[in-house]
Design a protein around this ligand. Sequence first.
Ligand code: 13P
Ligand code: SF4
Length: 360
Amino acid sequence: MTIAQTSAPVGTPIANGTTALERFGKIERPDLSYTPEVAEATAPIYEKVKHIIPAIEWPALAPTIHAINQLKKQRNAVILAHNYMTPDIFHGVADIVGDSLQLAIEATRTDADVIVQCGVHFMAETSKILSPEKTVLIPDMRAGCSLAESITGADVRALRERNPGVPIITYVNTSADVKAECDICCTSSNALQVVESFGVDKVFLIPDKYLAANVGNKTDVEVLIWDGACEVHERFTAEELRDYRKIEPGVKIIAHPECPPEVVAEADFAGSTAHMIDWVKTRQPEKVMMITECSMADNVASETPDVDFIRPCNLCPHMKRITLDKILESLLEMKEEVVVDPAIAERARVAVERMINLKI
Ligand code: 13P
Ligand code: SF4
């Protein structure tokens, strides 16, 4: 997969003629032994992940977690991690965790010099768009997204030409190039409210045809689609959910709105990754099934010990490119730096800030 990105390859000099490593300086590689000091410093973290990481594996992970946490201080860096990160990242090194909306908002609030985005490329680009003065790193530049891949800025321009006057809302899962061409951005947390905020009878919600259909089912506004889909969520089927209900009587099923509408119709609740987590924490169901990416259940299970998680899930191969080892390299070598053409970033920022300013 190629990423429709505006980022520079590793080590490429950027605007002021320097690489991030030249600007921030070299740091000596840490010793990655499992010393008593490391064991003590990481013990509170292990408490949070012990349900999912066997004790025998901890000595292999703890030194890297400890080294990353030390390096963050040295680099004045903050780690923003999406809810789909693995528990070692989510509980071990992240400063802020959340869904796409929460991460976008936090990117505007941090006073760190460096943002390490543990998520996929469009998320790192969104952080850079909102914080152009900060150095934004992504541990693996290849972490893409099938939705972001499905549409280009030129596609949006053509759509606008063919449909004059129809507002175009872009899901945050798109490149900066696409955001720059759209009227406003949305996430799965606020898509319905953004659609209704225009007060018109017809809008485009691109590029996820399922999110658009799910929002369309909840409003009188006609929601026009683009033919994109999330390769992870489109694999779930309503039949599969009905079968699980037979095998696991009483199970509560909660789904992400990137799933097809017939899957959402079978679920007890649908919402963004953050809304799904809140739902489980607030309702404390006896048994729950999260119809989404696999790490979600792992991450929330430690905070809800009384909930039994039934775990059918699909892995997002892009999210899974982000690993502890790559985060360590990222902070040591100050790579891979995400840069967005300032002219594109300025226009894309308007779309993202309009969404944030709606405060929904
Ligand atoms: P959320 O905004 O719900 O976290 O979704 C992002 C995403 O990529 C889900 O597949
Ligand atoms: Fe993209 Fe789907 Fe992966 Fe989310 S889960 S990053 S929408 S491919």
